[in-house]
Design a protein around this ligand. Structure first.
Ligand code: NDP
Length: 329
C-alpha cells in the first residue's frame, strides 16, 4: 500500500539551525549504524523509518560501512526510499560517510581522494540517489595530506553528488585546519559529528567552542551511550540488548561502578518525571551548540519513547547540577 506520511508531521518539531548555515535539523535524527543491516528484519527497519518521518525526523544518517554486512544499511535505506520516501526526497537530509575500512586493499580505507570519491559513488548506487545531502569524512587520517581529503570532499560538492560537507571525530585543531581549507575551496564544512553523552563529555572542553566559532553545526552520535543510558542496564541485561549482540558494546563496559552511577542517574530522571533515556536526550540537547542528537532505535516503540522526551520540556537547574555531581564523582 502506498505510504502516506502523517499530514501533521512537522507540528511537533522545533528545528535547530546548523551552525551559521542555511540548514536546519530536527532535535533528534535517526542513525542507521545498527538495526538496519542485511541481518536485520527489513520491515522492522522500514516501520521505524516511516515512524521517524511521520514524527518530524527529516535527517537520516548513514555510512558506507553500516550493516552488517558493510553497505547493507545503505542498500536497505535505498529500498525504503524507493518504496516509501522517494516522493519526499526534498524534505529529507540524508548523510553518508567514508573513512573506515570498506573494501580490501589500500584504496578502501582512510582519507585519500581515490577512496572517498569511489566510495561516494558506491553509496549513491546503493541508496539509489543522485546526491546525498551531507558527505562526511568519517575519521581523521593523519597519513593523508589534509588538502587531499578536503579537496576530494569539495570535489564531491562541485560534482553535485553532495550538497554539504561534514567531518566526523576530527580533533578541534584538525577541524580548524580542514574548515579553513574547505572555505577556500568554496565548500564550507557545515556539520561535525562527534560522540557526546552524559558518559562522554569530551567535546565540552574545546570542540563545541571551536565549532561555534567556526559556524559549524554539531550532530552528536550515541547520545544514549549505545543504550547504556536507558533502563535496560539497571537490572539483568535483556537478551535482545545491544550488549551481547554487538561487538561495539562489550559487556566489560558495564562495570559495577558504571551500573551504580546509572542507578543514581535514573533516580534523578524519575524525580524529574522522565525515563533515564529521555533525560539523557534532554540533557544532550540543553546546549544550543548541539544541533541534533543522532539516536539509534531497534523498534518503533523505542523511537516513540525517545521522541516523547520533548514533552517534559527543559531540565531544571537543580537536576543539571545533580547530574554534574554524579558524573564528576
Ligand atoms: P544511541 O546512543 O542512541 O543508542 C541506540 C540504542 O539504544 C538502540 O539501538 C537501542 O539498543 C537503545 N535504545 C534506544 N531507544 C531505547 C529505548 N527507548 N529504550 C531502551 N533502549 C533504547 O545511538 P547509537 O550508538 O545507535 O548511534 C546513533 C547513530 O550515531 C548511529 O546510527 C550513526 O548514525 C551515528 N554514529 C556515528 C559514528 C561516527 O563515527 N560518526 C559512530 C557511532 C554512531 P538495544 O538494541 O540495546 O535496544
Amino acid at each position: 500500500m502506498t505510504y502516506l506520511p502523517a499530514a501533521d508531521r512537522y507540528a511537533g518539531t522545533a528545528f535547530r539551525r546548523c551552525g551559521a548555515s542555511g540548514l536546519v535539523l530536527p532535535p533528534l535524527s535517526l542513525g542507521l549504524w545498527q538495526n538496519f543491516g542485511g541481518n536485520d528484519v527489513f520491515e522492522t527497519g522500514r516501520a521505524i523509518v516511516r515512524r521517524a518521518f511521520d514524527r518530524g525526523i527529516t535527517h537520516f544518517d548513514l555510512a558506507n560501512n553500516y550493516g552488517p554486512p558493510y553497505g547493507s544499511a545503505e542498500a536497505n535505506f535505498g529500498r525504503m526510499m524507493a518504496l516509501d520516501l522517494h516522493p519526499h526526497r526534498d524534505e529529507l537530509i540524508i548523510s553518508s560517510k567514508a573513512g573506515y575500512d570498506m573494501w580490501p586493499g589500500p584504496y578502501g580505507d582512510g582519507g585519500s581522494r581515490k577512496y572517498l570519491l569511489a566510495s561516494l559513488d558506491a553509496s549513491l548506487k546503493r541508496l539509489g540517489l543522485d546526491y546525498v545531502d551531507v558527505f562526511y569524512h568519517h575519521r581523521m587520517d593523519l597519513q593523508t595530506p589534509l588538502a587531499e581529503t578536503t579537496g576530494a570532499l569539495a570535489h564531491a560538492v562541485r560534482q553535485g553528488k553532495a550538497l554539504y560537507v561534514g567531518l566526523s571525530s576530527y580533533s578541534p585543531e584538525r577541524t580548524q585546519e580542514a574548515a579553513a581549507m574547505l572555505r577556500d575551496l568554496g565548500a564550507p564544512c557545515v556539520l561535525h559529528q562527534p560522540r557526546y553523552s552524559m558518559l562522554d563529555r569530551t567535546i565540552e572542553a574545546e570542540l563545541l567552542g571551536t565549532l561555534d566559532d567556526l559556524g559549524i553545526g554539531c550532530a552528536v552520535f550515541s547520545p544514549l551511550a549505545q543504550g547504556l543510558l536507558t533502563d535496560k542496564y539497571l537490572g539483568d541485561v535483556p537478551a535482545d540488548a545491544r550488549m551481547g549482540r554487538s561487538r561495539s558494546l562489550p559487556s566489560e563496559r558495564l562495570t559495577p561502578e558504571l551500573k551504580a552511577r546509572l542507578v543514581r542517574l535514573n533516580a534523578v530522571a524519575q524525580a524529574s518525571g522522565r525515563s533515564l533515556a529521555q533525560m539523557a536526550l534532554t540533557w544532550t540537547l540543553r546546549d544550543r551548540r548541539v544541533t541534533t542528537a543522532l539516536v539509534g532505535a531497534r523498534t518503533v516503540a523505542q523511537l516513540d519513547h525517545l521522541l516523547d522526551h520533548a514533552a517534559s520540556g527543559e531540565l531544571d537547574a537543580g537536576a543539571c547540577a545533580e547530574i554534574d555531581v554524579l558524573l564528576a564523582g
